[in-house]
Design a protein around this ligand. Sequence first.
Ligand code: UGA
Length: 352
Amino acid sequence: MKILVLGGGGFIGSHFLEKALEQTDWNILAVDLSSKKVEHLLPNSRLTFIKESVYGPSLNDWIGESDIVVSLTAICNPSYYNTETLKVIEANFIHPLEIVKICASRRKRLIQFSTSEVYGKTPASLGVDSWQYDKMSEDESPLILGPVAKQRWSYSCAKQLLERAILACGKEQGLHYTIIRPFNFIGPRMDYIPGVDGEGVPRVLACFMAALILNQPLQLVNGGLQKRVFTSIGDGIEALMAVIKNPQASFGKVFNVGNPNNEISIADLARKMMSMFPEVSGRQLGRQCRLKIISGETFYGPGYDDSDRRLPDISLAQSLLNWKPGIDLNNALRHSMRAYLDQYSSGNLNVA
Ligand code: UGA
């Protein structure tokens, strides 16, 4: 079997490549602008890595040569949603739509990574008491975004529209698709540390790690009451493997992939990481390391808004794919924090 992984050099792609090369006999063609996260895999003869844009003249041929297309290309960093909105819409809807159309016309199986952000907010965020929507379910949850004017929702809208185009291609053109909605995957090789190997604001785990390593305050956006489920990348990749191996069960389906047992507020996440840091790093926290509340507009700029809670209903993936997450929050965090320390402590950063 030949699998084309578009965006194969990113966080999710690098972990998928690792697992697929280790556990299967699949041949992988991966395309990405950077190979930094997969350098250790490049010598494998079953991996062909093409270091160029996915959206070049060869896209049609790459898809034509493959049995399955895993589409991972995206801009998925919230700091861009309200600051580089046009790029976000292009990267998450306009460009990947090309992949969808080619897969439909060439009759290739498409596995599209979407996002938990398509759900937006919970009814509770509007003051509506509706316990039946506590969990976000693929077929039932209402779509609730914040004020229309807030560009934070550009990413959610772009992914929403891409999902709808895929569903339409399935219905009208017979596209064989599966959509995966990840819920805050975490793990090694996730994000950069600002000022070291990237600029701006990465996602929360990297923000907190940077603060811990550099002995700075951990900033809680709007107080940190919002909740997420942080899902180990290992569990996420198991779900993807199950989708690939079960084409009939996953045909035309959308799956939430997240660990509902790992739900935590951002403020509690900060406290947990502060308490784990000495054990994971072997260093005590400096006096500067404390919590600081900051407004969303100050932290991310005008147009920011937020999901209050994203708790997945994973019963569909459990029943159809026999998948369930097994890695608890402490282990997922410990593994991710160690990876940050390994990557950034040895001469790359001045650790306080
Ligand atoms: C992210 C991104 O939209 C996508 O990467 C992805 O599709 C989605 O999560 C997902 O993984 O399902 P979000 O969870 O809002 O969205 O992004 P994070 O940067 O991880 O932020 C989580 C929460 O922490 C937000 O409420 C944010 O305001 C807060 N935060 C972030 C802080 O309180 N302090 C920080 O230093 C950084």
